[in-house]
Design a protein around this ligand. Structure first.
Ligand SMILES: *[C@@H]1O[C@H](CO)[C@@H](O)[C@H](O)[C@H]1NC(C)=O
Ligand SMILES: *[C@@H]1O[C@H](CO)[C@@H](O)[C@H](O)[C@H]1NC(C)=O
Ligand SMILES: *[C@@H]1O[C@H](CO)[C@@H](O)[C@H](O)[C@H]1NC(C)=O
Length: 346
């Protein structure tokens, strides 16, 4: 009897050893972690599906341990056909109102699956359920500029920034695909810096949305025609009201910005008050952060959402979002290079 019991204990031990997956080989997750990497926990799904519908678990042996649960699941290499077709972060949030911000698997219209960061918290965009389509953070080691913009280095800032290189008036574009996601709202932020003397909306009444109407960034949707979403403009002086300054400055009286922009813009200058501009980057007063708007520029910083915008878009479908960086007289005399750019759709 004693011998039989010992044998049973031994075989259990062998079993446990056999299934003890070395770290780094299979993926291991607590039930809560599994929820974070994929779909809402259970919620009508078998444990198998709730684990194996998460793309990060495909082809992996997944260990699940939680109160009362201890299971080993081998997920197939292809996503099971019976996985729910959650096609956006908004759908994931609707399926589980407690879903946290993080990476999730999302089904594409063509049934392939990709991974995207979902912003589920209500900070910045005022609501959750956003699918991220652009994330540039040049303060992170190894970060690179998006295709279309030029990497620039200055000796008074400790990381590269993303700007433009144009001999005359014009724009450079970076495009961000929504992976077929049908959206009706866009949220995002840009942090830039003043270089030399950008010109805000000077000259914009004669050129239109498809051209260099802003010294700064034009965020648009589609190309037939482009639809304006938001503009980030760099003005030249904080404490002045010429045509090269921000229209939000106190007592600004010119007929700017153009009507297609309306109030959907942020504008700021970074040159210290009282200083004359030269061929320098002014890194101490980042643009559009809602801070350090001195003198007449005060009203340009009063929107508490800055640097974030959140805009409803009619009939966007799933078309790409374009970020154009523009200069009125060439980038040697005016640029607003960025180090942070984020775009979300829902
Ligand atoms: C599905 O669409 C995505 C994004 O357009 C594309 O990258 C992928 O190749 C497509 N897959 C198939 C099987 O069509
Ligand atoms: C950018 O990266 C820095 C450094 O890793 C981090 O502290 C900061 O929160 C990031 N900014 C955004 C907007 O994610
Ligand atoms: C996108 O959503 C809108 C509103 O829900 C709908 O009318 C339109 O048909 C959808 N477009 C596509 C391509 O699914």
């Amino acid at each position: 009897m004693a011998a039989k019991k010992a044998a049973t204990v031994t075989s259990i031990l062998i079993l446990l050893t056999a299934f003890n997956i070395p770290e780094g080989l299979g993926s291991y997750c607590m039930a809560t972690d599994c929820t974070n990497t994929g779909y809402h926990q259970n919620n009508g799904l078998s444990l198998y599906l709730s684990v194996c519908c998460a793309i990060s678990n495909l082809g992996q042996t997944v260990t699940i341990r939680d109160n009362g649960i201890s299971k080993y699941i081998l997920c197939p290499k292809l996503r099971p056909k019976s996985c729910p077709e959650l096609m956006s972060c908004q759908e994931i949030l609707e399926a589980n109102s407690e879903a946290a911000s993080g990476e999730y698997s999302i089904a594409h219209l063509n049934s392939t699956v990709y991974t995207a960061y979902c912003k589920m918290d209500i900070t910045d965009c005022g609501e959750g359920g956003w699918t991220r389509i652009a994330y540039i953070n040049m303060t992170e080691p190894g970060a690179s500029c998006p295709d279309g913009l030029v990497t620039k280095d200055y000796n008074n800032i400790d990381h590269s920034v993303c700007g433009i290189n144009l001999g005359g008036a014009g724009c450079l574009s970076a495009f961000f695909s929504t992976n077929g996601l049908n959206y009706s709202k866009v949220c995002g932020q840009i942090r830039g810096y003043q270089y030399h003397s950008p010109d805000a909306f000077q000259g914009s009444l004669s050129v239109g949305l498809d051209s260099y109407y802003v010294s700064g960034y034009s965020i648009t949707q589609g190309d037939n025609p482009r639809q304006h979403i938001w503009s980030y403009a760099g003005g030249v002086y904080q404490n002045d009201i010429t045509q090269y300054d921000c229209p939000c400055n106190t007592d600004f009286t010119l007929n700017l910005p153009p009507s297609f922009v309306s109030n959907d813009y942020y504008c700021e200058a970074g040159l210290p008050v009282g200083q004359a501009y030269s061929a320098l980057l002014y890194p101490n007063d980042p643009l559009w952060d809602g801070k350090q708007c001195l003198g007449l520029e005060g009203p340009c910083c009063t929107n508490p959402k800055m640097p974030w915008f959140n805009k409803a878009i009619e009939g966007a479908g799933s078309s790409y979002i374009e970020v154009r960086s523009c200069t009125r007289f060439g980038s040697a005399g005016g640029d607003t290079p960025l180090d942070i750019l984020e775009l979300y759709v829902k």
